[in-house]
Design a protein around this ligand. Sequence first.
Ligand code: PMP
Length: 317
Amino acid sequence: ICWSENGGWHRPRVQPYGPITLDPAAAVLHYGQEIFEGIKAYRHADGSVHTFRPDRNAARLQRSARRLALPELPTEYFLQSLRELIALDGDWVPSGEDQSLYLRPFMFAKEAFLGVRPAKKVAYYLIASPAGAYFSGGVKPVRIWLSENYARAGKGGTGAAKTGGNYASSLLPQAEAYDKGCDQVVFLDQHRNVEELGGMNVVFVFKDGRVVTPASESILEGITRDSLLQLAEDRGLTVERRPVSLDEWRQGVASGDIVEVFACGTAAVVTPIGALVGEGFEDEQPIGELALSLREELTDIQYGRREDKHGWLLRLS
Ligand code: PMP
């Protein structure tokens, strides 16, 4: 679907998957004016297809749009794009344990001009790809590299938006993490508070049962995290969204106050963090049971194996 300053949203259409033609001066190629989302469609045992909290993805896409000076896509158009894609061929959604169809909505500036201003011509697309289990051979704890030299986002920047630039800035730190034998990077803010990984949020579990997750204005508000914290609250656990300093993390683990640390996001759902590695240190992380138990509860809801008490699922077909 296209957008222009004069015409608004127009020309919704389905076209075969293939290359997109862009003018070499298209604004997205030069100024990175683009945003995206990540969401999955799940097949239930009765064959029906559902997606999870798409209203949240629509709202986040709208927040990202505002920050990137792009037009907001109305929620109804967003949901319509998901429905129409699934209606084309329901067989695209695989069945089986941990299988899903990953949906990638994205919007970019396609107006051709060389000058820095918001584009007046924009396109919104939705593509999809089947996704298998994120971890072959079961969920295993990941090693996290502490990025001291690079930030993913800064105060007043685009951290809270899902825009390519944030991921571009995390590529080099991510490559360094691999070099150090780690799977992921954890980013800090300018106050040395923990923010998030390159593509997942972080959650700490304390001995007294509190479940704590970093709050910051430059974090990407994860829908998986929000859902897991809701499930934790349903179990009577106390949930805190507040700044968490690196010192609190390291000292909490050393003293035994923190009994579990995990990361979460749409792609991998939940993964325990097994080690925090930085320049000159390696802190083993305690492995507890909450992460995997919340993971099971959430995936049970997503795959229709457990009651959807919060009304999170939207049936697509
Ligand atoms: N943080 C970042 C930087 C991400 O890219 C993602 C993945 N969208 C998340 C957190 C987790 O968000 P969600 O649970 O909505 O997938």
